[in-house]
Design a protein around this ligand. Structure first.
Ligand code: XUL
Length: 487
């Protein structure tokens, strides 16, 4: 029997855009088993690219719900074939891509509660969805619904104060409104609407699992302070929506025992608990073990920044979600579209296509870059909404170019000052003292320490504290060139 066969553990699932993945974590928080199914490669019959269908309008982006169900079937079968001992699993939980939604057809609940252990889920749930292609987070087709929702809530800022974000096309309330308007029959034939996360939890529970506060904050429907659905927002999106959503729960809530389907088909213990699933970004905050005052930056195609906040200031940019670890606190998320690709471009132009050269350029210039500041928005930026490259010398005069080494430092410093500036805009304060008495941090103490990729150089605080107001002023200058002066 395989070495992983009989270890008490919890299973963590990830229903992401491109794959379904599972990890088994033992009592010392060691990951000792992993399995996954990639949609494009392993389920080619659904014809997805990157796990999605991009429709002809270029704005609508969906994924087939049965592809997600079948992916779960395949992962479970692979685990079984490898000798995985399901009877040792104490609990299952997980994460899902945020904002995506699943529409369960009238009667689906009946099917979910009476699954036959002889058949895979995909076969039994075939007729359970009123919408077979689910809107996902990459969809941007709901601008009209967004404007309507903001108007109903008293404006974008008022909606942001209430729900943590102004109206965003991918946020689920706006997606539901579009479905209600364009396909009213399918909407009225829907008995339950899940997020991808609560949908996945429902599959394990064998009944509808509630939406959790954290992922629920990505819908433009949840009042992030009171943790209840906003009647104004529900009313602006679609009728009878509250009953289709069910009441939300804390992200750490145990929602029930695993369905007997898994007990009979795979040998799970009947007492195995299902803990509410949440969104992938909230799950990352928990996984990275962030605490109050911490900030985490993910450098990808887009850069994402996560912050643990106690007193958020919801704004017109970025998102404030309920914190998955401590429901009294919050998580701020900022997305910067000009991330890796822009860094690579500047590396190619100013550092001979070499990261070694790029690092040398950084070492050869001083912190603060002699007062030179740059903005590198090769594609329309999300935070802030501006475009183009803008360079300013120490006197604040716009210049057309920098020496190569100065260019490299201006890019890196500019990208990171933007992160600090906009995180502060959402209520983050550099230098906060970490919170005490946090049970989650106690629990995860056992896990290997996350590896810090870098630490600030001595003197950095003084240099950038002084430079930040100048950066903010120049950013305003660029924005007023794009948008015209403020009213
Ligand atoms: C966050 C967002 C994405 C998805 C990716 O608001 O839309 O990060 O969660 O899965």
């Amino acid at each position: 029997m395989a070495e992983h066969a009989s270890r008490r553990c919890c299973l963590g699932w990830d229903f992401s855009t491109q794959q379904v993945k599972v990890v088994a974590v033992d009592a010392d928080l060691n990951v000792f088993y992993e399995e996954s199914v990639r949609f494009d490669r392993d389920l080619p019959e659904f014809g997805t690219r990157g796990g999605v269908h991009i429709h002809k309008d270029g704005l609508t982006v969906t994924s087939p719900v049965l592809m997600w169900v079948q992916a779960l079937d395949i992962v479970l079968e692979k685990m079984k074939a490898s000798g995985f001992d399901f009877s040792q699993v104490l609990a299952v939980s997980g994460a899902g891509q945020q904002h995506g939604s699943v529409f369960w057809k009238a009667g689906a609940s009946q099917v979910l509660t009476s699954l036959s252990p002889d058949l895979p889920l995909g076969q039994q749930l075939q007729a359970c969805f009123s919408i077979t292609d689910c809107p996902v987070w990459m969809d941007s087709s709901t601008t009209a619904q967004c404007r309507r929702l903001e108007a109903a809530a008293g404006g974008a800022q008022a909606l942001s104060r209430l729900t943590g974000s102004r109206a965003y096309e991918r946020f689920t309330g706006n997606q539901i409104a579009k479905i209600y308007q364009q396909n009213p029959e399918a909407y009225s034939n829907t008995e339950r609407i899940s997020l991808v996360s609560s949908f996945a939890a429902s599959l394990f529970l064998g009944s509808y699992s509630p939406v959790d506060y954290s992922d629920g904050s990505g819908m433009n429907l949840l009042q992030i302070h009171d943790k209840v659905w906003s009647q104004v927002c529900l009313g602006a999106c679609a009728p009878r929506l509250e009953e289709k959503l069910g009441p939300p729960v804390p992200s750490c809530a145990a929602v029930g025992a695993i369905s007997s389907y898994y007990v009979w088909r795979y040998g799970f213990h009947p007492g195995c608990q299902v803990v509410a699933f949440t969104g992938d970004n909230p799950a990352s905050l928990a996984g990275m073990r962030l605490e109050e005052g911490d900030i985490a930056v993910s450098l990808g195609t887009s850069d994402t920044l996560f912050v643990w906040l106690r007193e958020p200031v919801p704004a017109l940019e970025g998102h404030v979600f309920c914190n998955p670890v401590d429901p009294q606190h919050f998580l701020a998320l900022l997305c910067f579209k000009n991330g890796s690709l822009t860094r690579e471009k500047v590396r190619d132009e100013s550092a001979s296509c070499s990261w070694g050269e790029f690092s040398r350029a950084l070492r050869s210039t001083q912190m603060g870059n002699g007062g030179n500041l740059g903005f590198y928005f090769d594609v329309m930026e999300i935070t802030p909404e501006a475009t183009g490259r803008h360079r300013f010398n120490a006197e604040g005069h716009e210049v057309s170019a920098f020496p190569r080494d100065v260019e490299v430092r201006a890019l890196v410093e500019g990208q990171f000052m933007a992160k600090r500036l906009h995180a502060e805009g959402l209520g983050y304060r550099v230098g906060l003292v970490a919170g005490t008495n946090m049970p989650f941090s106690e629990v995860v103490k056992l896990a290997p320490n996350p590896r810090l990729a870098a630490t600030p150089a001595p003197g950095a605080a003084q240099v950038y504290e002084a430079l930040l107001p100048k950066y903010a002023k120049l950013e305003q200058r660029i924005l007023s060139q794009v948008q015209g002066p403020p009213e």
